[in-house]
Design a protein around this ligand. Structure first.
Ligand code: OAD
Length: 256
């Protein structure tokens, strides 16, 4: 691993525009379940039944069984040293974090350039009158298994993208621009099976960038797109990279 850490540190030093794409694996060490794999959410919840726009319209209360669990998880989660490492990299020139995560942990750690491709769980809106709310206003109701309702009476929904819905177009455009404009893309903790996120590293590569992938296992990108694969946990690998780059130890309260 240390050879790879050295190599990626060299790449970060030598390349000007660095963009990071993150997925659920980035948040696992903060206690948030990923979607796929052994302890993945989609093992417990059928995505089509709980997280599809049509199933939501038919039975929002059923979808709230999933949303409730996700919201409780994110309200209890703290960013880890890997998130802090990306904050440090932003201070030193990392241009953008593109994330599929809806947990706000990059921002909570202090990253300011974050593109949330799949939206966020921190705001809710009314599908009827479109009024918006902060999820915090309803956290007690969520914890008490009640569905948050709009002033107009309709059940609210999170501002997160459901299956069968369009992604926020402006965020997609800005992500694509970031991918096409970068010299180095680090892809962290994503299974790279959901579009359009999975095509961003492909696009980055096509326009000349080097692609580094950090994951516990290989993905559809690994053999054809990735230039350097680092097998490991996001927190440890990113912390090691930042320490190598900036000779700085991280002060995270989360114990190593
Ligand atoms: P997945 O759950 O599909 O994949 C998580 C990836 O993280 C896997 O490749 C794991 O090997 C890796 N992983 C797990 N723990 C890790 C760790 N500690 N360090 C590094 N890697 C680790 O999550 P995503 O790829 O983010 O969309 O899923 C993409 C989208 O599919 C989600 O945003 C969600 C889902 O359906 C929507 O809900 C719209």
């Amino acid at each position: 691993m240390s050879k790879h850490i050295k190599e990626v540190s060299r790449l970060i030093r030598e390349n000007e525009r660095l963009v990071v794409l993150t997925g659920a694996g980035m948040s696992v060490e903060s206690g948030i379940a990923p979607f796929r794999g052994e302890n993945g959410l989609w093992q417990e919840f059928d995505a089509q039944k709980y997280a599809h726009i049509e199933s939501y319209r038919q039975d929002p209360e059923r979808s709230w069984e999933l949303f409730r669990l996700q919201i409780e998880e994110i309200y209890d989660a703290e960013p880890h040293q890997g998130h802090e490492a990306l904050v440090k990299m932003e201070e030193e020139g990392l241009t953008e974090v593109i994330t599929q995560n809806i947990d706000g942990l990059h921002q909570k750690a202090g990253s300011s350039q974050v593109l949330e491709l799949h939206g966020t769980l921190f705001t809710l809106f009314c599908p009827d009158c479109e009024r918006e709310y902060n999820t915090s206003e309803f956290i007690e109701e969520v914890r008490e298994n009640r569905c948050p309702r709009c002033e107009c009476g309709t059940i609210l929904r999170p501002d997160a993208v459901l299956f069968g819905e369009q992604l926020p177009q402006d965020t997609v455009n800005r992500s694509l621009k970031a991918a096409e404009g970068c010299d180095l893309m680090m892809v962290v903790g994503t299974s790279a099976v959901v579009q359009p996120a999975a095509s961003l590293p492909v696009q980055a590569k096509r326009t000349g960038a080097t692609v580094v992938e950090i994951n516990l296992e290989s993905t559809p990108l690994t053999s054809d797109v990735t230039d350097l694969f680092i097998k490991g946990k996001a927190r440890e690998v990113l912390k090691n990279i930042a320490e190598k780059l900036y000779h700085q130890l991280f002060s995270s309260q989360i114990s190593s």
